[in-house]
Design a protein around this ligand. Structure first.
Ligand SMILES: [Ca+2]
Length: 343
């Protein structure tokens, strides 16, 4: 009946192994044209920015000495080729040292994590897991000047529309006085600070939680953690609920499970690589069990099935919020499992 579902269960849910810059879109498949000479392109960009009301002083500052960065282009072009399999991805990101550091940070920032949890409903271990995955708890936020990275990717034709719009958002970030050009550093893909926000995410979701008047996701840990919480909240995180759980399916139940629940058809790439959400009680009746072999609770919690390599998960609504941060199962499952280990 549901042949697509069978296919789905066989698909290893592919995911990018690149740094997980929130909201970086998947690379397009078409091969691009040659870009125009950079100086001509920059002149036109500058004219458009002036037309949008950005001051000459700001543009002088942001566009000073801009050159395309070859390593930015190379990183962007190779990211789609690195798909190592979930186990390798997971073991390289979620090491024992990362878990240990997460627990240390949990104690160290217990008070602010409690306050953030009270305001946004996201528990400490989830915030710490994203913080750890994105920037190794603020230790690796990227050293690339953001305007340099964004100008390179906006000039290069592959994803120029997306990065041109991020460039204008980056100008807005500076124009509003949130941060100065020199301090605005991040990854080769333009993801900034401890939560690795793209400029558009920064404008929409960054918050000032330590009350100094600046949304400083680069230097303030309270601002960074609260900004992650605000982001997840905006993507539908539900307080008091978890992300999901790892499960097992007995060999003699696999065919029944495959036939029973169709693939999901809405949402981003990873969301379309899982099943529809049905109540846990339904999965239980189909023979899906907790990973320790115990029966699932017969609850009405909606859960979708995610299969990656030889591991299987039932994921709840909060998992969608993690996919909102970065739509890739490898990433979201790593965040989820890391959060369990820290918690
Ligand atoms: Ca602040």
């Amino acid at each position: 009946m549901h042949r697509a579902c069978l296919v789905l269960l066989l698909i290893l849910t592919a995911s990018s192994a690149a740094p997980s810059a929130a909201q970086t879109p998947a690379p397009p498949e078409v091969s691009p044209a040659e870009p125009p000479p950079f100086t001509d392109w920059l002149e036109a960009l500058r004219a458009e920015a002036r037309g949008r009301g950005f001051s000459d002083a700001l543009l002088d500052d942001a566009f000073r000495d801009l050159q395309p960065l070859e390593r930015v282009i190379q990183s962007d072009r190779t990211q789609a080729e690195l798909v190592p399999g979930f186990d390798r991805y997971f073991s390289s990101h979620v090491t024992r040292a990362v878990v240990r550091r997460g627990r240390t940070h949990r104690r160290e920032h217990a008070r602010v994590l409690r306050r953030i949890g009270a305001r946004y409903g996201v528990p400490p271990q989830v915030l710490l897991a994203i913080w750890g995955m994105e920037s190794r708890f603020g230790r690796a936020t990227g050293r690339v000047p953001i305007f340099q990275a964004l100008a390179t990717l906006a000039w290069e034709p592959r994803r120029s529309d997306f990065f041109r719009s991020q460039l204008f958002d980056a100008l807005t970030v500076v124009a509003r006085g949130y941060i100065d050009v020199a301090s605005m550093k991040g990854s080769w893909a333009g993801a900034m600070g401890q939560p690795q926000f793209m400029p558009s995410s920064y404008l929409a979701h960054a918050v000032d939680f330590d009350g100094d008047g600046h949304r400083d996701i680069w230097r303030s840990t309270p601002d960074a953690l609260a900004s992650i919480a605000n982001y997840l909240h905006a993507y539908g995180w539900k307080a008091g609920s978890s992300w999901g759980r790892e499960v097992t399916i007995a060999d003699n139940a696999i065919a029944r499970v495959r036939a029973a629940v169709p693939p999901r058809t809405d949402g981003c790439y990873a969301q379309r690589n899982m099943t529809e959400r049905v109540p846990l009680s339904r999965w239980k009746a189909l023979g899906v069990r907790a990973v320790n072999g115990r029966p699932l609770p017969a609850s009405r919690t909606a859960a979708g099935l995610v299969v990656t390599g030889n591991r299987t998960f039932l994921v709840y609504d909060n998992y969608d919020a993690i996919l909102g941060y970065n739509c890739a199962h490898y990433y979201a499952l790593s965040v989820a499992l890391l959060s369990d280990r820290i918690g």
